[in-house]
Design a protein around this ligand. Structure first.
Ligand code: AMP
Length: 214
């Protein structure tokens, strides 16, 4: 099962990836999370990526393609994987093809821009373990602390309103064309992101059952 989640920042790709990962026992791979970890550790790649992510821009294709190549070569990807936040450009999608990765299903989660801006203001993350919450739609059981590791939750630096607007414009210009890229291959389905998380999960599950029969 090789699955891609497409969608604007804050559409719910990460949350749905984690749910599908737990359900089918395949890893959810988020390039954004890998990049944030590298920035926190101060690695060479992290330092090079920092300025792009802080401004809501995309990290250069060659860097992200390198990250994915390395990650997909790991053992746990043998039975499949879920990509969350990759590919984000046609060049990245073509690089996946060139690696011989045959994607089975692309699920694009559709949420209107005005709702994205509202959602992003409520997003909270754990800088320690990467878990993601929302103060209304997906609150932590430990309120202002992470329910997984107990560390204090914070707002992602690129979730500030002005950066969110830039990320949305980058999404429409550079990532949205991927819907047609995968529709032309007969692999892309759209799911309307719902206000209630479980409702979106149910729609995603319907598509997975249709595609994989389980
Ligand atoms: P995300 O957590 O997916 O919203 O990603 C956070 C940030 O990491 C993005 O705004 C980009 O700066 C960078 N990033 C993540 N994935 C990619 C990608 N596939 N291509 C380029 N930049 C990326």
């Amino acid at each position: 099962m090789k699955i891609i989640f497409l969608g604007a920042p804050g559409a719910g790709k990460g949350t749905q990836s984690e749910i599908v990962s737990a359900q089918y026992g395949i890893p959810a791979i988020s390039t954004g999370a890998i990049i944030r970890e590298a920035i926190a550790k101060g690695t060479e790649m992290g330092l090079a990526a920092k300025v792009f992510t802080e401004n809501g821009e995309l990290v250069p294709d060659d860097v992200v393609i390198g990250i994915i190549k390395e990650r997909l070569s790991e053992d746990d990807c043998k039975n499949g994987f879920i990509l969350d936040g990759f590919p984000r450009t046609v060049t990245q999608a073509e690089a996946l093809d060139a690696m011989g990765v045959d994607i089975d299903l692309v699920i694009s989660i559709e949420v209107a821009d005005k709702d994205i801006v509202k959602r992003m203001s409520g997003r909270r993350v754990c800088a320690n373990c990467g878990a993601s919450y929302h103060i209304v739609y997906k609150p932590s059981a430990k309120k202002t602390k992470c329910e997984k590791c107990g560390k204090r939750l914070s707002i992602r630096s690129d979730d500030k309103p002005e950066v969110v607007l830039e990320r949305l414009s980058v999404y429409h210009e550079r990532t949205e064309p991927l819907k047609d890229f995968y529709k032309n291959k007969g692999k892309c389905v759209e799911v309307q992101g719902q206000e209630i998380l479980d409702d979106t999960t149910a729609l995603v599950r319907q598509q997975l059952e249709k595609a994989f029969g389980k």
